[in-house]
Design a protein around this ligand. Sequence first.
Ligand SMILES: NC(=O)C1=CN([C@@H]2O[C@H](COP(=O)(O)OP(=O)(O)OC[C@H]3O[C@@H](n4cnc5c(N)ncnc54)[C@H](O)[C@@H]3O)[C@@H](O)[C@H]2O)C=CC1
Ligand SMILES: O=C(O)[C@@H]1CCC=N1
Length: 275
Amino acid sequence: MTLPSTPSILLVGCGKLGGALLDGWLASPTPPHIIVVDRHRSSSDDTFSVVRAASDIPSTFTPDIIVLAVKPATAEDAISALGESLGSRMKKAALLSVMAGRTCAALSDATSKSGATLPILRAMPNTPSAIGAGISGFYASPQATEEQTSLCHELLFAVGDVVRVDSEEDLLAVTAVSGSGPAYVFLLAELLEKAGEAHGLSQTTARRLARGTIYGAGRMLDDMPDDAADLRKAVTSPNGTTAAALNVLMAPDAWPSNISKAIDAATKRADELAG
Ligand SMILES: NC(=O)C1=CN([C@@H]2O[C@H](COP(=O)(O)OP(=O)(O)OC[C@H]3O[C@@H](n4cnc5c(N)ncnc54)[C@H](O)[C@@H]3O)[C@@H](O)[C@H]2O)C=CC1
Ligand SMILES: O=C(O)[C@@H]1CCC=N1
């Protein structure tokens, strides 16, 4: 997807999620001007540069948006280092946090301590962003300008779909459903593959069948307006093989209860990460 302008982005933290966002932005026909701060990332090319610490950010660089993609526990240290390095240049930026938990109030506090109270925007993307197939929940605090909000929206939209939420609190459930969600689907792929092998298929065949099934079902969910329940019923012949499997999976103490408990646990953990 195309970004409308070429904003200056400071990406702080380029691990699994930051790296996924970076890959997505670099694939845009109009990639933003990006500087990455991460001591564990060394490769760079013509379209972006990497520095190992905030103190190495070039003095000529004034970011429009600072994207914070470090672990929540290191957020305050990272913000403080940015304040020291950027000085008054920090005041021109907005802060887009993609971290689980940390609230706008806490982040605003941390930026104030570092010498500039930045408008805070929060997003919860997911790792399919690396291939332009992410989905992000997005919240903009009232302090963010329309321009900053639409720029962050475009950055997220460059790596997939964006769902804007009006209440910051909703990001807890977004984190549990779609931020962590790819892991649940990958687990399903792992388990289907193992079960296929247990029934005599080679690993290669079982893997191909498991992945192809998840891909195809995902495409149907994306392409067709039908409820997921109706798509499920269309596979299920009366007294057939699918019914035999679903009787196991849909027993009240199986998936209905386990998925609900899993999302409760992830939501609770997102809240705890707020500190
Ligand atoms: N992995 C995922 O699927 C998702 C992660 N998130 C959020 O993204 C954030 C990062 O998570 P991951 O990418 O999984 O972690 P990660 O551990 O893969 O990446 C964190 C990166 O930050 C760097 N870093 C640490 N302190 C730094 C500092 N002071 N300055 C610059 N860089 C620093 C590390 O070297 C590392 O490369 C977390 O807050 C998490 O809640 C959000 C959505 C999905
Ligand atoms: O596991 C986590 O805490 C992060 C947030 C959503 C996905 N990964």
